[in-house]
Design a protein around this ligand. Structure first.
Ligand SMILES: [Cu+2]
Length: 160
């Protein structure tokens, strides 16, 4: 009996936390959250030169100095017919509809982790070429960020 009561108490706590965070997200979505809207900056982007012209990975880091989580929902680029968002867990990657940029944190895309997949390339990019990426976010200011990123050698890994 005592054990059951303890379990119910724990569950009650979980429900309360979920309800509280849901309310906070709702308020923030209307611009009145205590932490303010998501404020985004994109840096450190690059595209390893692909081996074939059907697809290439692209990596960026998105920093959120605001008080609300933002979601990266789509990306467009002159280099590709379309771009998909991929999330990696262990050695398994899957396509997702959005990637979260946490409030006060960052979304770091990188080799072996989450990434952008540029599909149906319009041409084979050369090392040193600069490629424009247009990233679209929800719950964020700005809602669209346009950056140009360099094409790096196929085996490139950033330091740090
Ligand atoms: Cu992938």
């Amino acid at each position: 009996m005592r054990r059951r009561r303890a379990l119910l108490g724990a569950l009650g706590g979980v429900v309360a936390v979920a309800a509280a965070s849901g309310a906070a997200a709702g308020l923030a979505g209307h611009g009145s959250g205590s932490g303010g809207p998501a404020r985004l900056a994109v840096s450190g982007g690059y595209i390893p030169r692909p081996l074939l012209t059907d697809e290439a990975a692209a990596y960026v880091t998105v920093t959120n100095t605001g008080g609300t989580d933002a979601q990266l929902t789509s990306v467009t680029t002159p280099l590709a017919g379309h771009v998909t968002l991929h999330s990696t867990t262990g050695t398994t990657m899957r396509q997702v509809t959005s990637l979260t940029v946490p409030a006060g944190g960052r979304l770091t895309l990188g080799t072996g982790g989450d990434h952008l997949m540029l599909e149906t390339l319009t041409h084979m990019p050369s090392v040193g070429e600069r490629i424009t990426l247009r990233l679209h976010f929800t719950h964020a200011t700005p809602a669209t960020v346009t950056i140009t990123v360099p094409v790096r050698p196929t085996t490139y890994h950033p330091r740090g």
